[in-house]
Write a protein that binds this ligand. Structure first.
Ligand SMILES: Cc1cc2nc3c(=O)[nH]c(=O)nc-3n(C[C@H](O)[C@H](O)[C@H](O)COP(=O)(O)OP(=O)(O)OC[C@H]3O[C@@H](n4cnc5c(N)ncnc54)[C@H](O)[C@@H]3O)c2cc1C
Length: 507
């Protein structure tokens, strides 16, 4: 994966070198950068085999302890449990709640997660039992009021860009798949502490509420979500989560939202945003994400923004209408961009507890699942080798940072640019309007982490968006609103008039 990321850089630089061929100075600069990245690609990592063998835990052999004890059966923990159990490991999966249980979320499940659900054999059931809905029509509304709602199903092929699935159903399905694969799932089991006995090389896990039962395991995996409570207790995580997000369900039949999923950027709360997502029964999920970067908008302001956008944002207020029955706001935290250290002696962190949330979109289900699958492969390797020391576990951190870290860094940069220059989102939306669904699909692939964010630097994007940027800026400087902006405003107005007329007729 790391090689792929570095190759992406090389492709981008080569592309630009071709575009600016005649300019000697830029050529030299590009060649120097190429040489640097080629050096990084060729630089080798420590091999696992160089670590000494410290224990022998035969796979499948009868033993009192578990190979791995996982705390938390969200998408990260259950995916990790599923793949470890599949590979024949003795796995304990401890969950403090009883399934099916709710988790505050936007319920947007991106393509990578969909592929893993397919691999687990649970995707079809979720769709057939109407517990998940394939998002076909979707789009965005820019801070300046430009909007595009397109259709993605045909372009995306067999695997949809996203599905809407309540966590009540999704997390239950993944946890049950892990159990079926052989993981020992124990619900209503809230872990209060874990201690490592250096003489036996085993963890002992203690449960809350004075429960006498304890469990022993060779490796501990903290998958207990964004607060990262257990890893904080163990001294691995030292900071609180940076962001937060609200969620409120809107009763089916009480709203006017016609699309499957729309992201709405309000210029005063950037780089945060709000989103509407439709469930199979026409119920809506309304979310507001507080993303760090704007000194005027903090986590304490979430209730204000949740309410304000619902009532005053032209797109959201119209999509909900005045009869919408909206659930009371629920809030949970977001830990972005990867924690500095996601490992310790015989312990790793996966999913939100390790900060595996995209710092631009606030999405993390696909990263939790992808991270869980990666962690399973890694743990299988170290357990087979017989070394789960801190040094070995550091390789896990390097591996997932190789996979997600580069994208997280770009997400943070783009997020900052969005806050500083909202016009960039206007320009991107104008480009999508001009180019249509195929361009929208490319955009969605980048936003959902399918394709590295650095691809936004490719000439395809820079030239098209740059052109729209110049056009919008020119129009603004010359004091007339973009036709498309005016189109949006007048469309809202005419729809309002239509509704007013219909109301009068009814009366
Ligand atoms: C409001 C909101 C909206 C979001 N919207 C989206 C979205 O639309 N799409 C998206 O991709 N991401 C979204 N995210 C992010 C997404 O929810 C997370 O990235 C994802 O849930 C991470 O999964 P996880 O398994 O790491 O953690 P979690 O889903 O938080 O699971 C942690 C599990 O650990 C259990 N647990 C906690 N403590 C203990 C303990 N002591 N003992 C035993 N068990 C314990 C919990 O009960 C829970 O089951 C949103 C987040 C929020 C807050």
């Amino acid at each position: 994966m790391e090689v792929i990321i570095k190759l992406q850089y090389i492709a981008i630089i080569t592309h630009w070198t071709l575009v600016f061929g005649p300019i000697v100075f830029i050529k030299i600069l590009m060649l120097a950068a190429l040489a640097y990245f080629a050096y990084i690609v060729l630089a080798t990592k420590r091999p696992m085999a160089s670590l000494p063998k410290m224990f022998q835990d035969e796979k499948g052999a009868k033993k009192a302890h578990y190979d791995v004890a996982i705390v938390g059966a969200g998408p990260a923990g259950s995916t990790l449990a599923y793949y470890l159990a599949k590979s024949g490991r003795k796995v304990l999966l401890l969950e403090k709640k009883k399934f099916p249980r709710d988790k505050y979320c936007g319920d947007a499940v991106c393509k990578t997660a969909v592929e893993i659900l397919m691999d687990m054999g649970i995707y079809e059931d979720l769709i057939n039992q109407k517990k998940a809905h394939v998002a076909d029509s979707g789009g965005l509304v820019s801070p300046g009021g430009l909007s595009y709602i397109g259709e993605s199903l045909e372009i995306m092929g067999d695997v949809p860009a996203a599905i809407a699935c309540k966590r009540l159903h999704l997390d239950n399905a993944i946890a049950m798949a892990a159990k079926k694969a052989g993981a020992d799932l124990k619900e209503n089991s809230s872990v209060s502490a874990a201690t490592l006995d250096k003489s036996t090389g085993l963890w002992t896990l203690f449960l809350e509420g004075g429960v006498q039962q304890t469990y022993q395991a060779r490796v501990l995996a903290c998958c207990d979500g964004a607060p990262s409570a257990l890893a904080t207790k163990l001294g691995i995580v030292r900071t609180p989560p940076q962001g937060s997000c609200s969620r409120a369900y809107v009763e089916p039949g009480t709203h006017k939202f016609k699309a499957d999923g729309v992201v709405i950027y309000n210029k005063d709360m950037l780089p945060g945003y709000s989103a509407l997502f439709r469930h199979p029964n026409d119920e809506l999920n309304y979310c507001v994400y507080i993303i760090p970067g704007n000194p005027q908008v903090g986590n304490d302001d979430l209730p204000y923004w949740h309410d304000n956008i619902m009532k005053n944002d032209p797109y959201v207020s119209r999509a909900l209408g005045d009869k919408a029955k909206v659930e009371r706001m629920k809030v949970a935290s977001l830990r972005f961009g990867g924690v500095p250290r996601s490992y310790g002696n015989q312990v790793i962190l996966v999913g939100d507890s390790a900060g595996m949330i995209d710092p631009m979109t606030g999405e993390g289900i696909h990263l939790a699942m992808d991270g869980g699958r990666l962690a399973a492969g890694f743990l299988e390797e170290v357990l087979t080798h017989g070394n789960v020391s801190r040094e070995a576990m550091e390789m896990y951190h390097e591996r997932w940072m190789d996979k997600f870290g580069n994208d997280f860094a770009w997400s943070s940069r783009i997020s900052y640019l969005q806050y500083k220059f909202p016009i960039l989102i206007d320009a991107a939306t104008a480009a999508i309007q001009r180019k249509g669904d195929a361009f929208m699909a490319k955009w969605a692939d980048i936003m959902t982490g399918r394709v590295p964010k650095v691809n936004l630097l490719l000439p395809d994007f820079v030239i098209v968006v740059g052109y729209e940027l110049a056009a919008i800026q020119f129009r603004r400087l010359h004091g007339f609103a973009s036709e498309r902006l005016r189109g949006f405003a007048s469309r809202l107005k005419s729809e309002e008039e239509e509704e007013e007329n219909a109301k009068q007729k009814e009366e």
